[in-house]
Design a protein around this ligand. Sequence first.
Ligand SMILES: [Zn+2]
Length: 418
Amino acid sequence: MKTNSLSRHSVTGTRFRLLPQAPYITLGTEPETVWISTPAGETLPGPADARAYVVDPIDKPLPYGGRLMPPFRGPVHAPALPDAEGHFDYLPVDSREFRAAHMFAAVRFTLDVWEAYFGHRIDWHFSSHFERLELITFLDWDNAHSGFGFIEAGYGRCNNGNGKRYSLNFDVMAHEVGHSIIFATVGTPPNGTIWTDDYRSFHESASDLIALLSALHLDSVLHRLLDSTKGNLYRYNELGRFGELSNTEQIRLACNDVKMSDLHGLGDHGRSLPLTGAVFDFLVEMFQTNLVEQRLLRPEVASLSHDVRCSLSAENFIQAEFAGAFLDHPVEFRQALERARDHVGLFLVRTWQQLSPGQLDHRMIAAAMLEAEASMGGRYLAELADCLQWRELLPDSSSVLHDRAFPVPILVESSAHQ
Ligand SMILES: [Zn+2]
């Protein structure tokens, strides 16, 4: 698998520590040691490397936008320094320097994951203007955003009054650099183009999926996810929970039951839910198919679990079946999930490579997804079509596809399930 390159970084890269869940979401969360691809010794104080650099302003009252653009020229705090071997994983979690290192590591880790899936370096879409991505660790603004040459992480307060720094939220940082990855790979709409609602919601969905799959490269996330669900991933769990706490504090769910016909009145984030949910369902279907094919899970249990999607009241019978199977084969469960994760990563790359920026609509995206899966051999094409159809992302959404009678011609030609 392409992402084996991540483990190679443990030989040559730089060590950091990442929080798999922001401390203001999950108290007491422990950081996990990760490696980024930049060799120790080449990750400089800041941190900084050839792709990104951290700026920790003493005072930045306004976010970038309009005529306010990088680089930041005001006074800054002292940078985080590497240890004698060139690593940053020694920094105390409650230090200012840790926050700088955390933001940098979250962004660079995510970029490493997706460069491995793409199979090549991803050049920034702003590279004609700025050589590197500027990472602003703090400004007095209750939000986080990415733009032309920068990501900024603000600060807010939870309902209980506790502070929340978005630089410490891996999901938020991965989502924001996800936008940059999509701009770099799908392209930027030409100047003057009006962005359609579908294009905006595609961007949000793609960025969420980039964050979701990147989080699944964290050992602690994989471990806790499987341990808490026993592999019954349609149950609500942290995989489907996203941390982009915007100024409306909207927490979106990848594990959702939103269909296209439910979108009336929703904004970009809300409109992204069916697409994100379809890919999440596809991931779970593939994972369960892997388990069934290895005779680790009975096919009737996998089928039943579909009927309780995201329900907290999943039947005890189903959960007990998953729990028993997981207890017997925890390593195989993890490997099955990693295979599904990496298939989805490559599948998304092939999907995005077919799209052009700007004038997208959800049916074009769904068609590209079917084409992508077909180009990878089409083994999971029927499952994918089911997921898209259930979300009403394909034409003739009134059809029920349990008999695999989906109406898209390409499927009939390519499906391994025919
Ligand atoms: Zn976003």
